[in-house]
Write a new protein. Structure first.
Length: 477
């Protein structure tokens, strides 16, 4: 039996280390694993894999400033060809039209945080360049749209949301709104393939969502939130810079800052578990015949091996993501116990075959998924290296300009590294452990020809455009 609907929910920065906090979603799932590895270390490469069903070194949308090529878009087009209405819902500017993700999409509901109502029109680009000309463009777009009232309200609401200065004591994300928009699109369409980015587990980690904080009994004072915001220059953690004065009253060191941010991150994970469970309950009858995949797009670092955020480290905390799958009721299966590593790329390949009508049972889905090699790539940080060099001029900043390919076989990880504008590859091997990884002396996994070509072909150019500016506003610091 084919899946009537297919939903892929991607909580941004949701890492495997917190899988136990997703207890409500676990109860709703027919299968779950904490042993899946993303194709990259941040939003762009992972979502580009969702569209292309390719590893990051193949689709090459990996570096800050990259855009997914329309020629690489495969999965939404397969869905369209097989009768699905393709839907994108996101408040994350990386997962939107500015980076090529409009290709193959029928209902493009991006920049949800700037819209009061579901709409395929987004005022974001005009709002971010507020001027008389931009205002006229915005008004013109509203008047030409199919729903003048709705889009007019969205334009006013979005402008207000964009220009107001929100204090760090305000929770910054809009997951319930994103899922509400998704629900509207479900109710308006009979057969849906939806790709949904939920930004609620993403940094900044200053203030917890009220519902998640209540569930985990975490209390954060306004003074503490302000101190965390003052300390949130993650590059300064890596460089060993002292805490700024505004953060010293609340924290002894940058390590204690990261510990507290991790506490808040956990409340965000619990909150995402709650709102996804609510969404399941709202559409319980519709989801009986649906395939629902919830998977983190990448992880998040809080000081392991001296790294924070999600940048150039291939530590498991940054790339190991949990997967929860609810199969159509007709796809009966016993819950298998996966011990071996799986890949995000292989998971997408199984989703693509499901959309093409080539998979109609759970066992076949799992078999296709696990056939794929486990490979992760990174191409520099999400920071702007040029700006960092101007501000800090440190050797460590130069070392962030790097390409890496990580290959995982059973419990061993091989990491091949090449600095930008270099052809020299260094190799390290690690044993994956419950708490991360340990360096070992072992025979490395070899690179294929295409992998080596990509690894050694990195220039030192980072394009910084409108999407990058909006990323910084969302906490990419």
């Amino acid at each position: 039996m084919n899946a009537e609907d297919v939903f892929v929910l991607l909580p941004d920065c949701l890492r495997s280390a917190e899988i136990d906090l997703m207890e409500k979603l676990e109860r709703r799932s027919d299968f779950l694993t904490a042993n899946c590895y993303s194709s990259g270390t941040w939003t762009l490469p992972a979502h580009a894999t969702l569209y292309s069903a390719e590893s990051a070194y193949d689709h090459v949308a990996v570096r800050r400033g990259d855009t997914l090529s329309g020629g690489k878009v495969q999965v939404p087009k397969v869905a369209r060809k097989n009768g699905y209405t393709t839907v994108l819902v996101s408040e994350n500017p990386t997962f939107g039209s500015g980076t090529g993700f409009q290709e193959g999409v029928d209902v493009m509901d991006e920049d949800v945080h700037l819209k009061k109502y579901p709409s395929t029109d987004s005022p974001a680009n005009d709002i971010s360049n507020i001027s008389l000309e931009a205002a006229l463009t915005l008004i013109s777009g509203v008047l030409k749209s199919g729903s003048i009232l709705r889009n007019g309200i969205n334009a006013v609401y979005g402008t207000y949301e964009y220009i107001q200065s929100k204090p760090p004591t305000d929770y910054p994300h809009h997951g319930e709104q994103v899922l509400s928009h998704l629900s509207t699109h479900i109710e308006n369409n009979e057969r849906v393939f939806a790709m949904v980015n939920l930004l609620d587990t993403h940094n900044p980690h200053y203030t917890p969502p009220e519902r998640g904080a209540g569930r985990l009994d975490v209390t954060v004072s306004a003074q503490e939130s302000e101190a965390l915001a003052a300390a949130n220059q993650n590059i300064e953690y890596i460089l060993g810079e002292p805490l700024p004065k505004d953060a010293r009253d609340g924290f002894e060191s940058r390590d204690t800052v990261q510990t507290r941010m991790h506490d808040i991150y956990q409340t965000q994970v619990a909150y995402v578990d709650d709102i996804i469970s609510d969404w399941f309950e709202r559409h319980e009858d519709r989801l009986e015949d649906a395939l629902v995949v919830t998977v983190g797009d990448h992880g998040q670092m809080f000081g392991a091996e001296g790294m924070v955020g999600h940048h150039t480290s291939l530590h498991p905390h940054g790339i190991s993501v949990p997967v929860f799958i609810s199969f159509p009721d007709a796809w009966s299966t016993e819950k298998p116990d996966f011990q071996h590593p799986t890949s995000f790329t292989g998971l997408v390949q199984a989703i693509e075959k499901t959309l093409a009508g080539q998979i109609g049972d759970a066992d076949r889905f799992l078999n296709v998924w696990t056939e794929s090699d486990v490979v992760t790539c990174v191409d520099g940080p999400t920071w702007n290296i040029g700006e960092l060099q101007d501000d800090y001029g440190a050797d460590l900043v130069d070392e962030l300009g790097v390409r890496k390919i990580g290959i995982i076989e059973e419990d061993t990880q091989t990491v091949h590294t090449c600095l930008w504008k270099s052809s020299q590859v260094t190799t390290e091997t690690y044993k994956i452990t419950p708490n991360g990884r340990e360096r070992i002396d072992a025979a490395p996994a070899e690179l294929s020809g295409p992998q080596r070509d990509w690894l050694t072909d990195g220039d030192d150019v980072q394009e910084v455009g409108e999407v990058s500016a909006r990323l910084e506003a969302l906490g990419y610091k």
